[in-house]
Design a protein around this ligand. Structure first.
Ligand SMILES: Cc1cc2nc3c(=O)[nH]c(=O)nc-3n(C[C@H](O)[C@H](O)[C@H](O)COP(=O)(O)O)c2cc1C
Length: 311
């Protein structure tokens, strides 16, 4: 992994600063201190998270590393006031979360590139380990591009199925503590073979479900927590997409192929060092994806651990 950028880019306007200390209270990296009634930069590292800039009551702080370009949306008007804890509508938020469903029936209608680009910017609102913001997105905005990716992934799975069919190889790998191929054989091999056969025979797309667009959510080499960061951005994008009228579906089979076959990443012009952790198929849902109600979820696993509780 590359070194995380912790360069300090805080600029304090001494004429404005009133020395209230709010910036110091919210700083997670001990970058700031009070000296002679004024905030100063005292540390050598910064997360560039922008908490000090956001909290300063007199707008005396700027973070040079941050700008608002990547939070300007082309397809909708955003509200830029900060919502204090407790001031958002939890009922609407949970309704949105429960209403998002994986979409497997799409209209034959392209998604404008500006919509896809706004969706990516929604992904950037997620937290990231050490505030690396390491995301790298690859947009496939046309059905032709999606089909091209589908062909590459199909070729990967044909090879994988041939390997998985080798009984001795599966056994040998299992014996050296590599049970993945055997797990794949027992759980997915037949379904994949059927999907490949349907693709060859009828052109039915059981991988992307006919989606007219795909977004690959990846991370650069400087990520502290690559998978977590990518998946947090992904969930924000899934919710944002639903609010924007789009249906989405995560495609784990595609992620698996992209992780195991670097030649596909190369073909997609994804630089060395980057990895892809989520593949989102998306498009405008057709009428088969219009639901009448919110179903429940499976049984909840939950425990409360508190050694001091008496009950
Ligand atoms: C990591 C992950 C991988 C998934 N991969 C696929 C996939 O390859 N194909 C597919 O149709 N659905 C895929 N899904 C969608 C799940 O089947 C779906 O989330 C689950 O059935 C719950 O339905 P819901 O998303 O509508 O709530 C995936 C979901 C996740 C979280």
């Amino acid at each position: 992994m590359e070194k995380i950028d912790r360069q300090v880019s805080v600029v304090i306007n001494g004429e404005r600063c009133i020395g209230c200390g709010t910036c110091i209270a919210v700083c997670p990296s001990g970058t700031l201190a009070l000296e002679a009634g004024q905030a100063i930069v005292s540390g050598h590292e910064s997360l560039s998270c922008g908490h000090c800039e956001a909290a300063c009551p007199v707008e005396a702080i700027r973070i040079g590393a941050l700008n608002n370009d990547s939070q300007q949306f082309a397809t909708f008007r955003q509200q830029t006031d900060w919502l204090a804890p407790g001031s958002a509508d939890i009922a609407s938020l949970v309704q949105l979360m429960r209403s998002r469903r994986s979409c497997r029936n799409y209209q034959d209608r392209p998604v404008p590139l500006a919509v896809l680009q706004d969706l990516v910017k929604i992904g950037l609102t997620a937290p990231s380990g050490s505030n690396c913001q390491p995301w790298a997105f690859t947009l496939l905005p046309s059905r032709a591009a999606v089909l091209h990716l589908g062909d590459m992934i199909g070729a990967f799975f044909r090879r994988l199925n041939r390997m998985a069919d080798r009984y001795l190889l599966r056994g040998a790998l299992r014996m050296i503590g590599r049970p993945e191929l055997d797990f794949y054989f027992r759980n997915y091999r037949n379904a994949v073979a059927e999907a490949l056969e349907a693709w060859d025979r009828t052109g039915r797309d059981l991988l992307f479900h006919g989606a007219p667009a795909v977004i690959l959510v990846g991370t650069r080499a400087d990520a502290a927590c690559p998978k977590e960061d990518a998946l947090l951005a992904t969930q924000n994008m899934l919710l944002g997409a639903h609010a924007m009228g789009l249906g989405t579906c995560l495609i784990g089979f595609a992620v698996s192929a992209l992780k195991q076959d670097p030649a596909i990443l190369k073909r997609l012009d994804i630089p060395d060092g980057e990895s892809v952790h989520a593949v989102i198929a998306l498009g405008y849902p057709d009428e088969k994806e219009i639901y009448q109600r919110l179903p429940g979820r499976k049984a909840l696993t939950q425990r409360v651990w508190d050694p001091d509780r008496s009950d």
